[in-house]
Write a protein that binds this ligand. Sequence first.
Ligand code: ADP
Ligand code: MG
Length: 891
Amino acid sequence: QGREGSWSETCCEGVSGEEKGDRLDEILNRECCEGRCEEEHCEEDCCGEDEDDETVPLRACAFNGTVADFLRGEKLCCRHKHLSKHFNMNRILEYRWSSGDERTVRELFELRKMGGGAQDDAVGPKPRDPPQVLRSKFIVEGMCCSAEEGLIQALVQKMDGVERLEVNAVTRTLLVWHDTNAVKATAILQQLNEAKMEAHLASVDRKGKKWTEHLPPWSVTACCLLTLVSLGGYKYDPIKWFALPAVAVFLPQLVLKAWSGVKNCMIGIHFLMIIAVLGVFVVGTMNHSTDIIDGGVLIALFAVSEWLESKTLATARNSLEAVMALRPDAADVVGVGLVPVEDVHVGDVVAIRPGDKIPVDGVVVKGTSVVNESSLTGEARGVEKGEGSQVYAGTVNTSSYLQVVATKESADSTVAKLGDFIESCSMHKSSTEKMVESIARYYTPLILLLALSVAGAAFIPAVAPSVSERNRYIKLACNLLVAGCPCALVLSTPATMVSGLAAAANNGALIKGGQYLEVLGSMKHLAFDKTGTLTEGKYRVNGIAMAKGKSEDDLLYWLASVESQSSHPIAWAITKLAKEKGIKIADQITNYTTLAGEGVRATVQGSEVVVGNIKVAARNGWSSSEVSSLRAQYESWERQGFTVCWVGVEGQALGVFSVADMVRPGTKALVTKLVKSRVKCWILTGDNEGAALKVASKLRLRADRVKSSLTPEDKYWHVSSLKEEEEAAGRCFKASGKVGMVGDGVNDAPALAGADVGIAMGAAGTPVAMETADVVLFSDNLQKLTDTISLAKLCRRKILENILISIAIKASIIVLIFLYEDFSIVYNILSDVGGALLVITNGLSVMWSWKSVKRSLMALTGGGKDAECSAKRKDKTLNKASCGGGGCCGG
Ligand code: ADP
Ligand code: MG
C-alpha cells in the first residue's frame, strides 16, 4: 500500500516508474533506520526488517502520538524529522485528515493497511469508538517557575483519562487533553488545588477584576506586615518573636506544595525554603540572637517574589491572549439576527457595519469598504474590499456597510487557527530551554547534597568543635539551600521566548514555537521560492507564438480552458487575457491535474491539453528540431528572462507563450541585508534558467546561488543537502548554521517542511500554509520577514544575556557564602528574587521595545497615520484586542 498507493504517488510526484519505489525506500529506510527508536512513543520495531513486507514504510511511521504531535515533529522515533515532514507533505496534498484528527498516526496507518486506498480510509470508520477527548485550559497561578512544570505534569498525568498535557511556566498555562468520560476538568482542577497550585479554568472570565484582586493575597500581606514588625527586634529583643507568626501564616501553603513535590519524588524550591527557614530558626534560638528575624525576612521576600513574578509573567500571558481575543463572539446573520459565531455556517450571509469586527472568513457579496487587517498582518493600512474580495475574521471593517458570505466555519477561520497555534506553540520548548532545564535539574539536587554535607559536618566535633562553629555550618547549609533555587536560570529562556512569540504575533507573524525563533536567529542559508515570493506573482502575458497553421484564438481557447481550473499566477494572467479577447471557455473540462513544478493537464471537450515548461515539452517531443520555430522562439524569450510555457493538444504542440512578473519592492534591500549579515541566499524555482537569472541579477545574487527548473521535490532535496552540509560542518567542530526556506506554502510545501525553518508568506487564509510552515507571515510584505529575523536575533541576544546574568548571580552568591562567614541569608534571597525579576523583565523587554520600535517605524513610513484607524481609536468597537496590540492602536 505504501509503495503503490496514493501516498507514494504524492510523495514521489514527478519521479517515474521503478525509481519511485527506490526513492521512497531511500527516504523511509535511510531516515528512519539511522535513528531507531529512542523515545517511549515508538514501537520496538520502528524500522521493519522484512524486505518483502509492504508495511515496512507503514511501521516505520508507527508513531504512537497524535497527528498533531507528529506534524509538530516532536517526540519522534527518528532523530531525523524528514520522515514526519514527508508524512506532513502527504497530508497536505491529501488534505482530508486536516480536521484536528486526534487519532494516533499509528491508527491512521493501520487504517490504510486494512482498508485499501488512503482516500477510502479518510472517510472510513474509526478503529475504535473515540473517547470524548476534550482540551481544557487551566491557568495555574501558583506555578513558581519552569522547575515546577515537572510537578504539575506528575500531578495531572497520572490521573485516569488524561491523554496528554502541555505546560508553560511563563504563561502559567496548562493544556490538558482528557477523556471526559473518565475525568472531568473539575477533577483536574481539584487535584491541582489540593497541591495549592491556585489553578482556575481559563474560560472563567477573569477580566474586570476588582481592584482588591490586584493586591497580594492576604497570606503574603500578613507575612510581610508581621516581618516588618519583627524588625523592631533589633531595638527591643522580644519583638523578634513576631517572625514566628510571620512564617506561620505562609508556611501551610509552602508545606503543601513541598509535600506534593516530595510525594512525586521532586525536591523543589518550596522544600528548600522550609529547610532553610527551620535552619535559621534553630540557629537563632540556640544563639538567642536576632537571627530569627532573618527567617521571617526570608519567607516574606520569597512570598513577595512569587507574587511579583506571577504578576510580571501575566503580562506575557495577556499579550498572547490579546491575539486569541481577536476571535469575535457574535455575528449578525442577514434575515436571522445576532447569533453566536459558532452558529454561522458556510453559505450564511453576514451583515457587517462600519466599526464592526468581521466575524467569519468569507467573500464580500455586497458593498465596498476599507478593512483594517492589522490584527492579522501587522500592517496598519486599510485594504480596499469590494464584491468578490476575501475578508478574514478578526479584522475590522472601518468605513461602510458590507455583506459577506461565510466560506468557512468559525472554528476553521484563519484567526481561530492562529489562536489555537499560538496557544500550543508557546508550549514548545527550544533546544536552549531544554538544555537549561536539564542543567537546572542536576543543579538543585547537587546543591542540596552539598548543603546536607555541610550540615552534617556541623555535628562532627572534629570539624565544628564549638557551638558557634556548629551554628556557622548550619547557617552556611541554609544559605546553600536558598542558593539552590535556579529560578532565574530556568526563566531566562522561556520569558524571552514567550515575549518574542507575542511580539511576532502582534507583528503579523506566527512562529510555531521557541525553537523556530532560535533557528531564525541562527540561519546560515535562506532559500527563496521565486514566483510569488521574490516576485509579485502577478504575471502579464508578453507574447504568444503558434505552431504552423494554428490560430491564436484557437490556442487561447484550449489554454484558457485548462488554466481556468488552476490557481497558479500564470493561470490568472491567461484567463484575464482570454476574457479581454472575448474567448469562451469550454464547458467540459475533466481530469484536471497539476504537474507539480511543471504545469497543468486536463481533458477539454474530450481532447487532452497539456500546458507547462520545457520539461513537459521535452517529454512530449515538442522541443525537438521538427518544431524548430517554436524552439527558437522559446530560447529567445528565455534569454530575455521571461517565463515561457508550452501548450499542446492531443500530444501535438500548439504554441508557446511568455509571461513576465515583477520583483517585489523591498526584495533587494532584504537580500542585501541578509547577505551583509552573512546569510547565504538561494533562489529555488521551477521556472526556466533565464527568468531565474534575471531575478537574481536584479537582486545582485550570484548566479551559482540560483537553481532553476526544479520540481517541488527537487527543492526539498536541495534544502536537505544544504542541511546535511551544515550538519557535516557541525560534526567537524565548525560552526554549523541552520537552513531556512521561504515560499508560498502550497507549491513549496515539501521544501518548507524539509528546512530547519519553513517560512510561508502571504498565508492569511491558506490553511495548508499555516499547517506546513514553521513561521507564517500573514502579509506578503517582505519587510515582515526582515522584522521577524531581527526579532529572532534580538531574542537570541536577550536569552544569552539572561543566561549569563543568572549564572553570574548564582556563582557570585555561592562564592560569597563561602568567603564571608556572616553572609546574610537575606542578601541571598534578595539576589535570587532580584535575579528572577531581572531576567523576566529583560525577556519581556523584547515585547515592549519591539512595540515601540514598530510604532516609530510606522510613524516614519506614515503607516501610523491611518486616518480611519485613528478615528476609530476612540470608537469602543476597535478596542485594543481588535488592533492586535501592535497595529494601529499600537497596543
Ligand atoms: P516557482 O518555483 O518559481 O514558484 P512553480 O513551481 O509555481 O514556480 O512553477 C514552475 C513552472 O511550472 C512555471 O514556471 C511554469 O513554467 C510551470 N507551470 C506551473 N503551473 C503552471 C500553469 N498553471 N500554467 C502554465 N505553466 C505552469
Ligand atoms: Mg511559487
